[in-house]
Write a new protein. Sequence first.
Length: 317
Amino acid sequence: MENRTLSLIIPCYNEQETILAFYQEATGILAQMDLDYEMLFVDDGSSDRTLDIIKSLVTKDSHVLYLSFSRNFGKEAAMYAGFCNASGDFVGVLDADLQDPPSLLPQMMEIIQTQDYDCVATCRSTREGEPPVRSWFARRFYKLINQISDVNIVDGARDFRLMNRNMVDAVLAMGESNRFSKGVFGWVGFRTYWLPYQNIERVAGQTKWNFWGLMKYAVDGIVNFSQTPLSIASWFGIFMTGLSVLALLVIVFKKLLFGDPVAGWASLACIVIFIGGLQLFCIGIMGQYVAKTYVETKKRPHYIASESNIKNADLIR
């Protein structure tokens, strides 16, 4: 079989404590795989020594490439930048904190080369070490988005995956600014093999994700890949209109038949507040879609890189 090349994309944001450990483990695994490879570190505007450590690796290993952003654009932009600059026949994405174990790469490569799959994706079979509340919300999110959108996202899915060039090109063809990669990977299709593994704690440092950050990420995923919230807002409007007409008829008939005056202001105030809250809720849903549309129409770059050692690097895209 022709010797194929592998590109590994490693998004990094303030990972000075994990870079060297990741590099040592990953290179040890790659040395046993008998293939040409490149390790593309994407520095997402780190404020610590992450970039300096990556540059030190460049001086001693020609397999190491890097792209450094002018500021923090987020992990989604870092992955997109990696896809834009990866040259391998196969492209993998994994985190630098070793929660995505490089030891799975040989198995992933064997599956994608010998079986009829375009992608080998990983998912966590357990959530040991994760806060229970976070795990509960995560499971509800996966269940919800699979019900209301046209993409299939496996519960516990990670960004850690290996793809062939055809799938990478398809992912790059989806050039929207509001990116939710798990949804993008599902939307483009292709034959995907899901490889489960047990949850692994970070080797060092602290996670950059907090509860509210993950909640915002979940909302972005739902808005990007489902119109159901807009439909819910419309049905709320129809329901409340019907309810108000029914209430009006009851009041009119009570007045005509029994001469009852309309009851006090307290109940009326509660109804007004309730309806006003529903209106604001529905306007908020529509506002999310309008905001996403607004961002897309500006067509700003996904990322801006300030430096790189990649020949003919795509620095702005």
